[in-house]
Write a protein that binds this ligand. Structure first.
Ligand SMILES: CC(C)(COP(=O)(O)OP(=O)(O)OC[C@H]1O[C@@H](n2cnc3c(N)ncnc32)[C@H](O)[C@@H]1OP(=O)(O)O)[C@@H](O)C(=O)NCCC(=O)NCCS
Length: 194
């Protein structure tokens, strides 16, 4: 476990002693900064996902699209210039009140410190999610950390959390992958989640 990572830090800090309200984007050492991803993050996302089993690896091209077309509903977590966390998500085209969380990855040394939860809440607090009332994701039955993450979010949002099978091991994956359970959280109202 990496020591000295300040997970409460934000990407912006006020210049000390400044006479105006100028906000500068200075990142102190050992502070995790959350920001919208950019296309240049794609290759690092690819590497991070590859180091986070049991996540399915996608093509680098797919990660480039996640970091560009899906940037508004995705988040990158950076520590001392390195990508240590990433969530890809999108508003479901036919149901734009629903944020679908595609993949969540936190580098092994940054786990268990609330980073994934913080990243989810950062996306939900954005203007683009103002009309979002539900969050959906899929989880394999044996991914304890992921279940805890999303059930914990539902608790913080003080709302319901239901699960059903979305992609079945036999019917959809032809036996090559565990079933993916659809987790649906909501309803909730947009805005900051504490
Ligand atoms: C799942 C994952 C993203 C969680 O990241 P994280 O930053 O460690 O999660 P958090 O610290 O925000 O913890 C969220 C909750 O999960 C719980 N949790 C974390 N790791 C856990 C584990 N291994 N087993 C059980 N619960 C766990 C925490 O206690 C916390 O619960 P709480 O809200 O009730 O306190 C991370 O373990 C990971 O990248 N795993 C590999 C990839 C993966 O499985 N992704 C999810 C599928 S999309």
């Amino acid at each position: 476990m990496t020591k000295g990572i300040d997970l409460s830090a934000t990407s912006e800090s006020k210049e000390e002693g400044s006479t105006d309200d100028k906000v500068i984007s200075v990142q102190a050492a050992n502070e995790v900064v959350l920001r919208r991803p950019v296309s240049e993050d794609g290759a690092d996302v690819h590497q991070l996902i590859g180091s986070c089993p049991p996540l399915d690896e996608n093509s680098l091209y797919c990660n480039l699209l996640q970091a560009s077309h899906f940037s508004a509903t995705s988040v990158a977590a950076e520590l001392n210039g390195e990508l240590v966390g990433f969530i890809s998500g999108y508003l479901i085209p036919e149901r734009p009140n629903t944020l679908f969380v595609w993949q969540v990855a936190v580098a092994e040394q940054g786990r268990g410190m609330g980073l994934a939860g913080r990243m989810l809440r950062e996306i939900l607090a954005r203007d683009v999610c103002e009309g979002v009332t539900h969050l959906e994701t899929t989880i394999t039955p044996d991914n304890a950390a992921s279940w805890a993450l999303f059930r914990g979010l539902a608790r913080k949002l003080e709302t319901g959390c239901e699960d059903t099978v979305m992609f079945d091991r036999e019917r959809h994956f032809k036996g090559r992958h565990d079933s993916e359970k659809l987790v649906r959280i909501g309803p909730f109202t947009g805005g900051p989640v504490t």
